[in-house]
Design a protein around this ligand. Structure first.
Ligand code: C2O
Length: 569
């Protein structure tokens, strides 16, 4: 049902033996549309190789990855390798109109990148319109010296757990609505590895549960990805606890909890020991209650999915014992998520930069613009420092930057300011523009994201492409520069690629911009992308050839779809 797997899997994996030479791992991703029958509805969705979620890419640190994307769908697509650093390789990063034109229908593009210096769970997803709701999959990077060199006991098995959402709607239509300020859309269900679970039924037909069969006494490494467009999830398994060992492909000090909080874009690796009395246990992925209560007052049900942990060799008599359900948090306004995120620390002592070249304070919130003839101005947008980001339409920013000059080839470009403008945030005065922040090679930046104040606040998982960063601190309320710097963790802050800005709170991060190119910074709630909560960092070339961005690949897509080969003088 959920994953009607057309076995169209052309993965030719030249696997590297553990500890061996770096290999080239090659996949072909055929993007096409198919109908998935869920909840009495045949919904047309875009998928990779006929699978939902899409294929898992498994590599070893240092390998090269080659993915041939063949677009057999009627819409332009791109794939982003979420969390891959793409050193000197911005051309393969994937966000549409930031680093490349969408791959047009019936065209191909080959993404080539390496996974040097990275280990853990990342993922890939479409980065155009809302297509990533169904075009996504896990990207697993194992240590070069084999799983015996994990900084935790070697697990018996590794299980990717991709959490997602099921939308009954046309996702391109959804994109148009979001861009138009209609932000009240909600999914029908959440999913665990593509399954909606038996909490969902329609006309008596119950949806399949995701089932994980386990051996008693063994340890499992769950590699959890939140691929949902909007839901931050709490994940619980009745009768079991989690030991968190990594987040966003960076090891953390083992942290034990009975619940995982994971926001869109994030990954979390946990160990689970199957040490409960043999039987069946429910696993539940539920939306953090505050999220729909606050943002979507129209919605009164939680987006929730269920799976089952089933012990193998459960003795005959106990087969019929009741399945245990986890106790779920009710009315939690995001506090559990706040503490979960705040309790993560780096396993190894990283060297946190202490001398800052540029400080940027960013208000991430909502504003209003005027549509033509509209009075009063009431088209809702999201924004950063009062600019609602506009994607360019004719030429991608990276291409404009490399060959020309962004300001001359793209209209409505604005330099992204270091702090919010000092104006009354009235309705209608938000600026729509392609904002960008130019930074010199090797600049050390500190960014404080400030979420909206008040009871109607919402969380914002901010994701930066091409870089990991240190999360120094988070807090509730308004950031106070004199007081809050003293709460910074400069010893073992977690290293991540998503900074969750809590409800009416703030988060402070630091990183060094040492990767030339154009890097998207945006909220990973999909509704906040077309509505404008984004900007880009344009990182300039360094002084030498090997600190400069090389030219684009020869099959770099064009926006008109006329020719797949571009030749530049
Ligand atoms: Cu996972 Cu720009 O996104």
């Amino acid at each position: 049902m959920a994953a009607a797997c057309v076995a169209f899997f052309l993965a030719a994996v030249l696997a590297a033996a553990a500890g061996g030479e770096a290999a080239i791992v090659e996949h072909t991703f055929v993007v096409s549309q198919m109908k998935l029958d869920q909840l009495c509805n045949d919904t047309l969705v875009t998928v990779v190789n006929g699978q939902f979620p899409g294929p898992t890419i498994e590599v070893t640190e240092g390998d090269s990855v080659v993915v041939h994307v063949v677009n057999k769908s009627p819409n332009g697509v791109t794939i982003h390798w979420h969390g891959v650093k793409q050193q000197l390789n911005c051309w393969a990063d994937g966000p549409a109109m930031i680093t490349q034109c969408p791959i047009q229908p019936n065209k191909n593009f080959t993404y080539r990148f390496n996974v040097t210096g990275q280990e853990g769970t990342l993922w890939w997803h479409a980065h155009v319109s809302c297509l990533r709701a169904t075009v996504h999959g896990a990207l697993i990077i194992r240590p070069r010296s084999g799983p015996g060199s994990y900084p935790f006991p070697k697990p018996y098995k590794e299980i990717p757990l991709v959490l997602g959402e099921w939308w009954d709607t046309d996702l391109l239509e959804l994109e148009r609505k979001l861009a138009n300020g209609e932000m009240k859309e909600v999914p029908t269900s959440s999913t665990i590895n593509g399954k909606l679970g038996a909490f969902n039924n329609c006309s008596g037909v119950i949806e399949d549960d995701y089932i994980l069969n386990v051996e008693h006494g063994k340890t499992y490494l769950l590699r959890i990805v939140n691929a949902a467009l909007h839901a931050e999830f709490y994940l619980k398994i009745a009768g079991h606890i989690f030991t968190v060992v990594a987040a966003d492909a960076n090891y953390v000090k083992p942290y034990t909890m009975d619940l995982i909080a994971i926001s869109p874009g994030e990954t979390v690796d946990v160990l689970v020991v199957a040490d409960a009395p043999p039987g069946k246990y429910y696993m539940v992925a539920m939306t953090v209650p505050s999220q729909w209560i606050v943002e979507e007052p129209l919605m009164n049900t939680l987006v929730i999915s269920r799976g089952i942990i089933h012990y193998n060799n459960t003795s005959k008599g106990s087969e019929n014992t009741p399945v245990l359900s986890p106790e779920l948090p009710v009315d939690d306004m995001g506090n559990i998520s706040f503490y979960f995120h705040g309790n993560l620390t780096s396993l190894r002592m990283p060297s946190v930069p202490t001398s800052i070249d540029e400080r940027i304070f960013i208000d991430v919130d909502q504003g209003y613009i005027c549509k033509e003839g509209e009075s009063p101005c009431r088209t809702a947008v999201t924004r950063m420092n009062n600019i609602s980001f506009q994607l360019p339409t004719s030429v991608p920013l990276l291409q404009a930057h490399y060959y020309n000059n962004i300001s001359t080839s793209i209209s409505m470009v604005r330099e992204f300011p270091s702090s919010p403008p000092n104006i009354e945030f009235n309705r209608g005065n938000t600026m729509k523009a392609t904002s960008m922040r130019r930074v010199r090679y090797n600049t050390t930046l500190e960014i404080v994201f400030q979420g909206p104040p008040g009871e109607t606040s919402y969380l914002n998982p901010m994701h930066l492409h091409g870089h990991d960063f240190f999360i120094l601190a988070q807090g509730i309320g308004e950031y106070d520069p004199n007081k809050d710097v003293h709460t910074y963790n400069l010893v073992d802050p977690p290293v991540r690629n998503v900074a969750l800005v809590p409800r009416f709170g703030w988060t402070a991060i630091r990183f060094v911009a040492r990767n030339p190119g154009v890097w998207f910074l945006h909220c990973h709630l999909e509704k906040h992308v077309p509505s404008g909560m984004a900007t880009v960092f344009v990182v300039e070339d360094g002084p030498t050839l090997d600190t400069s961005l090389p030219p684009p690949p020869t099959d770099y897509p064009t926006c008109d779809g006329q020719s797949n080969k571009v030749s530049y003088e």
